[in-house]
Write a protein that binds this ligand. Structure first.
Ligand SMILES: [Zn+2]
Length: 428
């Protein structure tokens, strides 16, 4: 069945930092997006394409808005939804004082389902249509998440946390039970409808070498599954990893020694990476989730985007709820811009919207499936509203070009500016 949407339209074709700017995106002031059975069939000028359509086809016209692919959140913790905005600590104390007690509740499937329902509703309201999501150590947390995501027909990636040391007993698994539970979840859920599985060691300090090696084994047995963990977020954390793994040549090397790097490996943060680590991430096609809101909130530091570009590392944006303080990718871009200003670097509006869409898709090895309007891609898309708030409305009157429009959307925008979210072509 055909679904047709008309309006201003933008999507990315390549990284604006790698090709000529005009080759990195397609922008149509009056465009048409034609969707067939939930997949993108064609994109082009409305004036040309309308003439080719059957007279009876209904066209939804979005005026005063910008149609673009749904945002992609490459790092977020759904069980931390209700502990967002917890005061006063940096990473290690924050985990101990707030996170672990909250995650304990997710042994209960029904609790997980109710939080997953709320979490996914928040994501969709913010215009985020795909996310790479942490569960808790309990397999029930992932069962609950996938159950709700499946009902909503979403493309989501999630995994059970692995942690067998330096954590409370009530949140601890073992190398073997973590392997067994993950394996059972992969068999049940990976590639079921639009759901995919991520092997999810919490981070090096909470995982024994045996557990990391088991994770590597599981990954080699299931090469289309993801690997999702944290890396070099905070200086005290990095020093701790050095103490715990004295034989490793740095933080990333702990994961590397267990064969955890690769095309479907996503490392959250990477705020304090050495050039050699960035080089290794680049040559293994691994990705970094850039989580500026969280990095500022926990005082972790400012991610070096320029360094990642230099070593050709795939990068996407992550909200990192509950250390991040917003579900909104527009607000996340806002924070990202400011972290680069603090470094003396520029994050251009084109690059930020690229990172939030196609950049995220490439980081997740889902280019061609989501992230832009290439033919055959799943038609998850949003409509941003330039006039949802009086301040943005007023500011837009002085706006002269697309770059400025995008910048204003990201500096003044949030959930209020997401007018509509569509999943596989359907308004939700
Ligand atoms: Zn995180």
């Amino acid at each position: 069945m055909l679904k047709v949407y008309r309006g201003e339209l933008l999507h990315f074709l390549a990284d604006p930092a790698k090709v000529a700017l005009e080759d990195s995106y397609q922008y149509l002031e009056d465009g048409l997006l034609i969707i067939k059975d939930g997949l993108v069939e064609q994109v082009g000028e409305a004036a040309e394409l309308l003439a080719t359509l059957d007279k009876n086809v209904e066209v939804t016209h979005y005026k005063n808005g910008l149609m673009m692919p749904g945002f992609i959140d490459t790092h977020v913790h759904y069980p931390q939804t209700e502990m967002i905005a917890s005061y006063g600590e940096q990473l290690l104390e924050w985990l101990e004082n707030y996170t672990f007690p909250f995650e304990r509740q997710f042994s209960d499937f029904e609790h997980g389902k109710s939080v997953a329902e709320f979490f996914l509703t928040q994501l969709l309201e913010a215009g985020t249509t795909t996310a790479l999501v942490f569960g808790t150590v309990h397999k029930e947390s992932v069962e609950a998440f996938f159950t709700v995501a499946q009902q909503k027909k979403l493309r989501m990636i999630c995994g059970k946390v692995l942690m067998d040391q330096n954590c409370p007993d009530y949140l601890s698994d073992t190398a073997q039970s973590g392997y067994d539970d993950s394996k059972a979840l992969i068999e049940k859920w990976h590639n079921t409808d639009r759901l995919q599985y991520a092997i999810t060691p919490r981070f090096a300090p909470t995982c024994s070498t045996e557990q990391l090696n088991k994770a590597g084994q599981l990954l080699s047995e299931n090469p289309t599954v993801y690997l999702h963990t944290h890396l070099s977020e905070n200086k005290a954390e990095i020093a701790w990893v050095k103490d715990l793994f004295p034989d490793s040549d740095g933080y990333l090397d702990v994961y590397d020694k267990s064969q955890l790097l690769g095309r479907r490996s996503i490392f959250a943060h990477g705020v304090h990476l050495h050039d050699s680590e960035c080089q290794r991430l680049g040559e293994t096609d691994s990705a970094i989730a850039f989580c500026p809101s969280s990095n500022l909130f926990l005082g972790s530091g400012c991610f070096n985007l320029k360094q990642a570009e230099e070593f050709d590392v795939n990068v996407g944006f992550g909200s990192d709820i509950g250390a991040g303080t917003t579900f909104s990718m527009l607000s996340t871009i806002n924070e990202g811009y400011k972290t680069q200003q603090l470094r003396g670097d520029k994050l251009t509006p084109f690059k930020s919207f690229y990172l939030a869409t196609l950049g995220g898709a490439i980081s997740l090895d889902l280019e061609g499936t989501i992230g832009n309007f290439t033919k055959g891609a799943e038609a998850d898309f949003i409509v941003l509203d330039y006039h949802a708030t009086p301040l943005m409305d007023r500011r837009m009157r002085h706006c002269t070009n697309l770059s400025e429009k995008l910048f204003i959307l990201s500096m003044l925008g949030d959930e209020r500016h997401v007018k509509a979210t569509h999943i596989m072509g359907e308004l939700v």
